[in-house]
Ligand binder design. Structure first.
Ligand code: ZN
Ligand code: ZN
Length: 409
């Protein structure tokens, strides 16, 4: 296992954020997983990193804070916290986020505190997020098992076995086997994604029509100058990085006012530390006009009304049903994995890179091109084994994009 862990750390640092000589690296990681953060730091220094700066997290302390901190704590973010992220982002430092937590860690926390906290951090970190969404700096998100999470994924196993199984599932998803060839496998994987991206971009689609047996019947119009992307991104300094590890998706942005119909989620969603299950949206002219959920409806309604843009969409992503993550037949209760097991959409902010020249556009210009703006961005899964997606070109030609859950291209 030691070899696999080292290969994974190296992959996150050298391929994920692709840290450069003389560049700073900010790592956020659960404090219980310090040993793995040290491995990543070691790999970063070996690659010539200037300084590794840590941002530790602890899910139990976060829960204590939401339960017991003074009420006004949730209405503002201290200036030093804003500066920490924004200053490093502005200088083009690399950001590696290693996440792992109990999907229901904030269950029972007062909803109002969560909403106020999202709003205040959304406002305070606006500049940071804007830099992130326009690839101003390289960033990557990876995951690490913690016992509380492992027990949710494998509820019938004792803790130690659940942890071993979750490690195995994560490493399989990121193509780490311990043979030292993960980087080569990622290169191959990125090439495969690129072939499909090129095909989609060549089609210049006007819209997509989704249908499946859950009841989804949704039309999504795309901006005229939309671009499909996926796999790796390029930062303003020209550094290739992979924002999500794993990543199986090909994505673009929808036209803000161009979505109509009904869409059913195909998997539960972890939303600010709690679960939302069996939900669907009714959408008119891009706006979510109805929110229905068997579990967590109030939570979902709160998230889709955080600001004006939260009730519009920001991402359309295609993932074949037959993918290495989905084929493990696990529900990870973690969006990083579950979104790469199924076609998904996101409500909230769109990525600037989804429009030709978008990374150099102002907020107003992006809006004029039909891109949504919000303090939130929440991916939720819609893909099923029987999902069909039909594309329509500007001259009215229909092209099957997905048939029976998989790419038809
Ligand atoms: Zn996505
Ligand atoms: Zn997303």
């Amino acid at each position: 296992m030691q070899k696999k862990f080292e290969e994974y750390a190296k992959l996150l640092v050298e391929v994920g954020v692709n840290v450069q000589k003389g560049q700073n690296l900010v790592i956020s990681c659960p404090v219980d997983c310090a040993w793995f953060a040290r491995m990543c730091a070691k790999a970063a220094y070996a690659a010539g990193c200037r300084e590794v700066v840590m941002s530790w997290g602890d899910e139990l302390l976060t829960r204590e804070k939401y339960l017991h901190a003074a009420d006004d704590v949730f209405d503002s973010v201290p200036e030093w916290r804003v500066r920490f992220s924004t200053d490093y982002a502005k200088e083009g430092a690399a950001f590696l986020h290693i996440g792992g937590s109990d999907p229901e860690i904030l269950k029972g926390v007062e909803q109002d505190r969560l909403v106020r906290s999202s709003r205040s951090s959304g406002a305070a970190l606006k500049e940071y997020r804007q830099l992130q969404m326009s690839n101003a700096f390289p960033w990557a998100i990876g995951a690490i098992p913690v016992p509380s999470w492992a027990k949710k994924v494998f509820p019938d196993c004792p803790e130690e076995e659940a942890m071993a199984k979750l490690w195995d599932a994560i490493l399989t998803s990121v193509r780490v086997t311990g043979d030292g060839k993960a980087v080569e496998r990622w290169k191959e994987h990125l090439d495969t994604l690129q072939i499909r991206i090129d095909k989609l971009n060549a089609l210049r689609l006007e819209s997509l029509h989704y249908t499946n047996s859950l009841g989804t019947d949704l039309t999504i119009r795309l901006p005229e100058d939309h671009i499909w992307g996926g796999g790796d991104g390029t930062s303003r300094a020209g550094i290739h990085f992979i924002a999500n590890m794993p990543t199986e998706e090909i994505f673009t942005a929808p036209l803000k006012n161009g979505i109509d119909g009904v869409v059913y989620a195909s998997m539960p969603l972890v939303l600010s530390g709690d679960l939302v299950k069996d939900f669907h949206f009714v959408i008119r002219e891009g706006r979510i006009v109805e929110v229905h959920a068997q579990v967590g409806e109030e939570k979902l309604k709160a998230e889709t009304t955080l600001d004006e843009g939260a009730s519009y969409f920001g991402e359309v992503a295609l993932v074949p049903y037959d993918s290495p993550i989905r084929n493990q037949e696990l529900l990870f209760y973690n969006t990083l994995f579950d979104e790469n097991a199924a076609c998904h959409l996101a409500f909230g902010e769109a990525y600037a890179e989804c429009i030709k020249g978008g990374e150099d556009m102002s907020k107003e210009e992006l809006k004029a091109h039909g891109l949504n703006d919000s303090i939130t961005h929440v991916d939720f899964m819609v893909g099923t084994a029987d999902l069909s997606i039909t594309g329509r070109t500007h001259d009215g030609k229909e092209v099957p994009i997905f048939v029976d859950g998989n790419f038809a291209l």
